[in-house]
Design a protein. Structure first.
Length: 483
């Protein structure tokens, strides 16, 4: 029997069909764009997500594949609000939007820095869903008063497919609405902001079956008797697809954002929010560091500056020596999340000379986002034996060499579609194909390649990282003045 993993990403929705052994049978992708109506704004249309998902499902339906179950992974923190007729009231304010600094400050004032951290596992965060919800209340009260349902991106897709209003821990724990200790919505936070719990989804496990695809949808897509499981936040799903369930390893996901993910058996809350803490379910947790501007930085350079293909850009960067002739790039085009938590941060090229070429600028950008990954990695206070690397950036040998050398860590590779595979594994467990997630990983996930650090590069990057940090520390006071 086959299982479909759907990955609802920032730049597109992708469906990947797997057999029970995790072999890829087929895949289909539809892309879309972020809507940025103002500096720092990042929105997407939930209806575009859903219509794109329907087209993905129709692709597999037309090919007459037998599909037993579907798992969906999705971008975290996005706010989706529906009216009483289940229509989106506005575009989703997505994870990388940074308009909500005022709302974050209100949460910090109302709850207190330490109390918020104690309840939710994290300090007040402008990236999280609660800040976005309060922004709508403060700026679009007519829309706010019409809200009937509040949900996350992947849960909107599942709701539209099945009609079941549900979510799960890995995604909900990134909303700042959940009590991380009680594993339920925080009554204190709901009461503080007068949020009706009935407008929030009921909570299930990631592998629980949330429902079957509705008949009217079945008729459109050509698939019958297919269930949908709870699913997972994108990074949690990617970690499952990478086989990362033990605390001595990390997954590094190189997509629109750059993410380090470390599972842990015990609740670990960072004192200043340097890394975020979330619930994985089944009495497990995970710590996560995220840089906002990984793939989005290279996409900006490609689309707004150079008008080149990625392969052409990489080819130019490969000709440049390690260190980019002392050119540095701060990848803070959308502000920055961990570990500096600075919405005001801006992108910076530092060290441009009359000999600087496009190749230097491309390689410096790639090294800059590598340094931002190192920033999060350095926050982990434990020995890490290896990392599993995945995402679009993992297709680049140069990116892998840079990051392995920066972290001085071996990078292993597995199935390149780790997010979709993780979602499909949840569907397999939900349908009884495997008894639990660990059993599925042991049978499915294999590591077929690795990248080891380049010693000479590691030395150069250790020195370069100090300069990278100094550039930010020396300029951060200016960012607040140039909003």
């Amino acid at each position: 029997m086959n299982y479909l993993g759907i990955d609802l990403g920032t730049s597109g929705v992708k469906g990947v069909l797997f057999d029970k052994d995790g072999n890829i049978i087929d895949s289909y992708l539809i892309e879309y764009d972020i809507i940025s109506i103002k500096d720092g704004y990042a929105e997407e249309d939930p209806i575009v997500w859903f219509n794109s998902t329907i087209e993905v499902l129709k692709y597999f339906g037309k090919k007459k594949y037998e599909i037993k179950g579907i798992g969906i992974s999705g971008q975290m923190h996005g706010l989706v609000i529906l009216d009483k007729n289940d229509k989106p009231l506005r575009n989703s304010i997505i994870w990388c939007d940074n308009r909500t600094d005022f709302e974050k400050q209100i949460i910090e004032k109302d709850l207190g820095f330490d109390e918020c951290k104690k309840i939710t596992g994290n300090i007040p965060m402008s990236a999280f869903t609660l800040s976005k919800l309060l922004w709508v209340k403060n700026n679009e009260l007519d829309i706010y008063n019409k809200i009937d349902k509040i949900m996350l991106p992947k849960d909107y897709i599942s709701f539209m497919l099945t009609g079941d209003f549900l979510s799960e821990y890995s995604d909900l724990s990134g909303t700042q609405l959940l009590d991380i200790n009680k594993k339920d919505y925080s009554i204190e936070i709901l009461n503080k902001y007068n949020i009706d719990k009935n407008k929030l989804p009921k909570i299930i496990n990631s592998y629980d079956i949330r429902g079957y695809i509705k008949k009217d949808i079945e008729n459109i897509i050509g698939l019958n008797n297919v269930y949908v499981v709870g699913g997972a936040a994108d990074q949690a799903a990617s970690a499952i697809g990478s086989g990362i369930i033990n605390s001595n390893a990390i997954s590094i996901s190189l997509g629109s954002s750059g993410v380090i993910f470390n599972p842990c058996d015990d609740l670990k809350i960072y004192p200043k929010g340097e890394l975020q803490t979330f619930i994985a379910g089944d009495n497990k947790y995970y710590n996560m560091g995220c840089t906002n501007g990984f793939g989005t930085s290279l996409k900006w350079l490609r689309d707004q500056q150079f008008n080149m293909k990625y392969d052409e850009m990489t080819h130019l960067a490969e000709k440049i020596d390690c260190g980019s002739n002392n050119l540095y790039f701060l990848p803070y085009l959308l502000g920055e999340r961990t570990p500096i938590l600075d919405n005001d941060a801006k992108g910076v090229y530092f060290g441009i000379k009359n000999t600087t070429t496009k190749g230097h600028m491309i390689r410096a950008l790639m090294e800059g986002v590598g340094y931002s990954i190192k920033d999060s990695y350095n926050m982990l206070d434990k020995k890490i034996d290896y990392a599993i690397i995945s995402g679009g950036g993992a297709k680049s040998k140069l990116y892998k060499d840079i990051i392995a050398s920066m972290l001085n860590l071996e990078l292993k590779e597995t199935n390149k579609e780790t997010g979709a595979l993780g979602a499909a594994i949840l569907a397999m467990v939900g349908g009884g194909e495997y008894k639990n997630i660990g059993d599925a990983i042991n049978n499915i996930v294999k590591y077929d390649d690795s990248t080891k650090p380049i010693k000479d590069w590691t030395i150069i990057y250790n020195n370069g990282y100090k300069i990278y940090k100094e550039i930010y520390n020396s300029t951060k006071h200016i960012f607040k003045e140039i909003k």
